[in-house]
Design a protein around this ligand. Sequence first.
Ligand SMILES: [Zn+2]
Length: 525
Amino acid sequence: MRKLGSRALTAIAAISMLAAAPAQAAEPEAYKDAAAEGVDARAKLVQEMVDSIFSFQEPGFQEFKTQEYITGILEKNGFTIKKGVAGIPSAWTATWSNGEGPKIALGSDVDGLLGLSQKPGVGEITPLVPGAPGHGEGHNTGMPLIVAAALSVKDVMEANGVKGTLMIWPGIAEELLATKAYFVRDGLFDGFDACIFTHVSTTLGTGWGQGSGNGLVSVEYTFHGKTSHAAGAPWAGRSALDGVELMDVAWNFRREHLPLSQRSHYIITNGGGQPNIVPGEASVWYYFRDHTFQGIRDLFEIGNTISEAAASATGTTVTRRTLGYAAPQWANRPMAEAAYENIKKVGMPDWTEDDQAFVKKIQEANDRKLTPLATEVGELSVPKDVPAMGGPSDDIGDIMWTLPTITIGYPSQAPNMIFHNVLAAMTEATPIAHKGAVAGAKAVAMTVLDLMTTPELLAAAKKYQQDVQFAAETYDPLLTPEDKPAIDLNGELMGRLRPELEKFYYDPSKYDSYLDQLGVSYPDE
Ligand SMILES: [Zn+2]
């Protein structure tokens, strides 16, 4: 027989693939188109969910209104709800199964940030409730996206007999980096095959590998001294605040000699009562961030040593409480590459002139660089051959070390605004946020269907995790068996603020949008 050239072999292979598997080859694409249509049909629901969660303005561990609202929608749609998972009252899971098949977890953060209450759709800093938390990071947009994606995928699976299970979980207290390691410790993902996470961004994109962020340990040091009259008998006292201040001074001297990839910052959560009483108790809360498990551990140990040295020097004692932990991130390559194909297919939302005018307005009002909304999806983010220089964290890292996981970023934010800031809240209940979430939901739905219908993709994702990720590092969180989720955080604040916040809850039965309810015209005021 004549030897065939490689081009002929490729042609034969292509023909035989077509002949052998026309159904499998065509179906996933048809399923994906149907799921994207399902998301479009839910655009109004996405807007209502985005605006509602924005209006709840709930910080970490207090996401109870968000829990009630989202689980209500999912329960009505046939999901089984479990509240209070991993010992965290505001956490929950929602599960739906169409029989034995791939088990896919879908998540997004839902918490706001302290002090960032902001009227949406305006360029001036205008709190809805002064001093209240708000969505200055856009965590109100991710869960609506996940819900729309999951409901659309569920329709397609039911209509076509696709077997598998979906589990939706919320990122509770992500801004405190305080729950996902507990989800993992509690076995929330046991038996699951893969996880897709989403996060707000200025573009639609994804990536694989370690990424540029850091992991972290969040720890509060409490110094215990001896109270006394600060003028009458100061020699009888030992100031706990002295312990805090000396620790901070020592840390700031040590900072010069730490790796460039580290980030560390602190706030004094208790500095005493009034100046004429020697503080008997004082606390300082540190975030220690680095890009490797060992790097985080090293910072933690230096912090502990310095705290004890400061206690020694001031005649006080010190105790510590771990308030949160986030592993460094590592996104799954085969899943990211599959998701990126879908992202390119979905493309960016069709921004209107009003959307672009709004972005220009808020950038100008806040002295930010003028950049229009992106019209092209982002590049696939891949590891770069440069030393790690650190950055922010997300506790999705812990889940990434537990099962193959990717983050899909979606374009619900204007360029050049600052996250963890009221500037980012301005956009998060506008048509930009709504359209960005719809685009993200399509990319997620399509990627879930890839995972449900392509066993090779799941196998490749697991192989990559074993052969590449686990070969590089081992999941080694700092949590001890005694550490518990810090569910008391923000409780007192919300107990005080909730009646005030309730007046601003969005009512979709009366208003087309939250901007309508607030009397804000878009893009102009
Ligand atoms: Zn975030």
